[in-house]
Design a protein around this ligand. Structure first.
Ligand SMILES: [Zn+2]
Length: 237
């Protein structure tokens, strides 16, 4: 799928699991998700849903932070055995989720930096800028991302769930690639079998453009209406 479809699937996917995990406790992590956590989670998950393609040098995510993401891309490509290989495995999703969870337990600052990076990736993936004036849109993206990261910080968003959101975002990426003709080696490095190879719709073809993307967009709107306590959020209501 295209970067924006992956990002959208991450945002919608997070909103879809919110009602299922709300108020529950898994592995000592309690999911008490307020509006701030739902928004932050949707954006973190959208960013994470682009991370597996960091192994490709022309992917949206690789272009997001210039030399930083390009260097990371080369490193990931080498570490995980080329494009759409190790970064498209269950092991990778677990590693990324574990890394995010370790960061949140280690340092408040580290997690803010990670949220900033993932939000920037999410906005870039959702199509903030890129065309025409790349420098200006890059600056705008960074400003918007910083503003939202700061707003979430000030509103006291608790990121205890971030490992789950990051791992889930990676899994949603695999679902997206399996739905297209691309195969995904979920069991790498144990087995090289590529799930969903040659079955599904074409990347950026008419099904993705006219069915998948609109459905994801409508899903995002409907979940936003359903999940947020709008009367309480609106002033003087
Ligand atoms: Zn992919």
């Amino acid at each position: 799928m295209m970067g924006h479809s992956h990002a959208l699937s991450g945002a919608v996917g997070w909103m879809a699991i919110v009602p299922l995990v709300q108020g529950q406790e898994f592995f000592t992590i309690r999911f008490d998700l307020g509006p701030g956590e739902i928004i932050a989670g949707a954006l973190v998950c959208a960013g994470a849903a682009l991370v597996p393609d960091l192994d490709h040098k022309s992917a949206t995510i690789t272009q997001t932070y210039g030399l930083v993401t390009k260097t990371l891309s080369a490193l990931f490509n080498w570490l995980f055995g080329g494009h759409r290989n190790g970064t498209h495995s269950l092991l990778f999703a677990a590693l990324m989720g574990g890394l995010a969870q370790a960061l949140v337990m280690w340092s408040e600052l580290a997690v803010q930096v990670m949220v900033f990076l993932l939000l920037g990736i999410a906005f870039n993936g959702l199509g903030f800028g890129m065309e025409k004036n790349r420098v200006a849109s890059g600056v705008l993206n960074a400003l918007v991302t910083a503003g939202i990261t700061l707003a979430l910080f000030i509103s006291g968003v608790d990121y205890a769930w971030i490992g789950t959101a990051v791992a889930f975002g990676c899994l949603l990426h695999f679902v997206g690639d399996i739905a297209t003709r691309m195969g995904v080696p979920l069991l790498w490095p144990v087995a090289g079998y590529r799930f969903g190879q040659n079955v599904g719709f074409d990347t950026d073809g008419s099904v993705e453009r006219h069915v998948v993307t609109p459905i994801l967009t409508i899903g995002l709107v409907l979940y936003s209406v359903y999940l947020f306590p709008w009367p309480e959020l609106l002033p003087n209501a």
